[in-house]
Design a protein around this ligand. Structure first.
Ligand SMILES: [Zn+2]
Length: 322
């Protein structure tokens, strides 16, 4: 066998290999699949050999670049499966309100939070280049910390044109940035102010957006924020069922501030992941374990929101949630 790149003598080679075809659960999560004195051969875009250095050296007849990783660890790039890196403006000023004791949902009801970012993002969409450059700079920074794959959500446009505009920006980043990018449509991030009294109309608008997302092939996932003050269970169901019919995979933001049954809904619909889960019922955990719905925990969120309510990680692992 020949290879373009051969990495050998790694004191530890972390493969993160796991159960075939399904995500890791329980004790399996602690098994990083480490090979001591490991080696790895890459040809083109594929890993063609992996194992102990002796084995890999015996299998590879010729290699272009040889990297000696003695006294080093070789591990896969990190995958950041929940980001909102394309946005306008900044919300540093809200820290003052948080310190003064206002909650995230109160700040949002007072036109802060998501709404202030929506306003700034809509303005910024007039010159997409600046938004692309700014998001690209965030991705550059993430890459320096080892993230090689990132999901990016929309959700700061909340109108057909601006949500599609954000997806097109994500597509441009996907073409041009070295980080592998997975696009997610989050038109159901919040009800925009102009639809505050016409929620049913906004749901119809999101269903229409989904048609465009499908025809233009702009997203791999559809996400919905299931929460008091955001989307109810039945509104989320309408959107997610339509997205599923359109061939999109599903994700949910659920249990960030309240448990209104988002985990149960996501598991029932076969969602790939449910994110946040600071509030989740035992039944929700059971269903997620049964349906192999991945729980994504975001401890940075309660930390910066100062809610002091973290997801029950150990309980989720023991329940068998992947
Ligand atoms: Zn989010």
């Amino acid at each position: 066998m020949i290879a373009d790149i051969l990495i050998k003598n790694a004191s530890e080679l972390v493969t993160a290999r796991g159960a075939k075809g399904s995500p890791k659960t329980k004790e399996g999560m602690a098994d990083l699949g480490i090979i001591r004195n490991g080696a790895l051969a890459i040809d083109g875009k594929e890993i063609v050999a992996v194992g102990e250095t002796d084995e890999v050296l015996a299998a590879i007849r010729r290699a272009g670049t040889v990297i000696d990783a003695t006294d080093r660890i070789v591990l896969p790039g990190f995958v950041d499966c929940h980001t909102h890196v394309v946005f306008g403006g900044s919300r540093e000023d809200e820290f003052v309100q948080k310190i003064a004791g206002r909650s995230y949902l109160e700040i949002m009801q007072g036109n802060g939070g998501i709404f202030s970012t929506v306003e700034k993002t809509r303005e910024a969409l007039a010159s997409p280049r600046a938004l692309i450059n700014r998001a690209g700079a965030f991705l550059d920074k993430m890459l320096t910390f080892g993230t090689t794959t990132a999901e990016i959500k929309t959700g700061y446009g909340l109108s057909t044109e601006s949500e599609l505009g954000l997806l097109k920006i994500i597509a441009r980043l996907k073409e041009s940035h070295p980080v592998d990018i997975v696009p997610t449509f989050l038109g159901a991030h919040a009800f925009p102010k102009e639809y505050k009294e016409r929620k049913a109309d906004y749901i119809q608008l999101v269903l229409g957006m989904l048609e465009r997302v499908k025809t233009e092939g702009l997203a791999e996932y559809c996400d919905v924020f299931v929460e008091v003050g955001a989307f109810s269970l039945s509104e989320a169901r309408t959107i997610l069922e339509k997205a599923k019919k359109q061939g999109l995979k599903l994700k949910l933001h659920a249990g960030e501030f309240n448990d209104i049954g988002g985990a149960e809904l996501g598991a029932e619909l076969g969602a790939t992941s449910i994110d946040h889960l600071d509030y989740i019922s035992d039944r929700g955990m059971e269903l997620m374990a049964e349906k192999k719905t991945i729980g994504i925990l975001l401890p940075g969120v309660p930390f910066h929101l100062m809610t002091n309510k973290y997801a029950p990680a150990r309980k989720l692992i023991e329940a068998g949630v992947p």
